[in-house]
Design a protein around this ligand. Structure first.
Ligand code: T5A
Length: 208
């Protein structure tokens, strides 16, 4: 595959959406054709699945249902957006990918890693992101920032302990994959965060 695959991860309110356009501009300024997408979602069917998994606040959902829906959306996303773009030489920038499943359904919900990795292998084979930017900050700060917006979705309605587990799962993934991950202190003011992101992208572009 000729393109590159970059993902941005972190708990609620770390600033993923805020920084996506900044990352796109930085890559485009370096002459890279960029496709920006997100999970769950990124395709018409995937966006419908997104509505299902983020909704159902009152009646809930079994953890395995949630896990399977995430991978159903991902299979569609890979087949229709990610793989074709990479094969056409484009750079794919995704707001979340499979690491979010390890963090939320694994760390947060407690689903064992082996179950997730079976689905990962089935749906994506050997395809992995080339670079993952993990925006990290204390859970209380992320939830405060996220809370400034509209009504919480099903995940945002979880308790602080859930997000602590998600955060720790992300940090463990970063420690496990130091070559792919860049951990960014997202508690800093936005201009400082973006300066750090730009640095990480410069290093990656230089090595690509
Ligand atoms: N999910 C997803 C799973 O459980 N498993 C999976 O496999 C996948 C793929 C939806 C949910 O799905 C779950 C995880 C999620 O709960 P999402 O849409 O990515 O995923 O949801 P959120 O994380 O909820 O997205 P948010 O929009 O809440 O978070 P962002 O994008 O990280 O935060 P953002 O950019 O909207 O910023 C929040 C606020 O902070 C401000 C912004 O202006 C904004 O007001 N802000 C800053 N303020 C001060 N200093 C800074 N440095 C700031 N950066 C941003």
């Amino acid at each position: 595959m000729k393109g590159r695959f970059i993902t941005i991860e972190g708990i609620e309110g770390v600033g993923k959406t805020t920084n996506l356009e900044f990352i796109r501009h930085t890559l485009e300024a370096a002459g890279k054709p960029v496709v920006v997408t997100r999970e769950p979602g990124g395709t018409p069917l995937g966006e419908e699945i997104r509505s299902l998994v983020l909704g159902h606040r009152d009646d809930g959902m079994a953890s395995d249902t949630e896990l399977l829906l995430m991978f159903a959306a991902r299979a569609e996303h890979l087949a229709r957006v990610i793989r074709p773009a990479l094969e056409a030489g484009q750079w794919v920038l995704s707001d979340r990918f499979t690491d979010a499943t390890y963090a939320y359904q694994g760390g947060g919900r407690g689903i064992i890693k082996g179950r997730i990795s079976v689905l990962e292998q089935w749906v994506q084979g050997d395809l992995q992101p080339d670079l993952t930017l993990l925006l990290d900050l204390p859970v209380t700060l992320g939830l405060t920032r996220a809370g400034r917006r509209s009504a919480p979705d099903r995940f945002e309605s979880e308790q602080t302990a859930f997000f602590e587990r998600v955060r720790q799962a992300y940090l463990a993934l970063a420690a496990q994959h130091p070559g792919r991950y860049r951990v960014i202190d997202a508690s800093q003011p936005l201009d400082v965060v973006q300066h750090t992101i730009k640095h990480a992208l410069s290093d990656f572009l230089a090595a690509s």
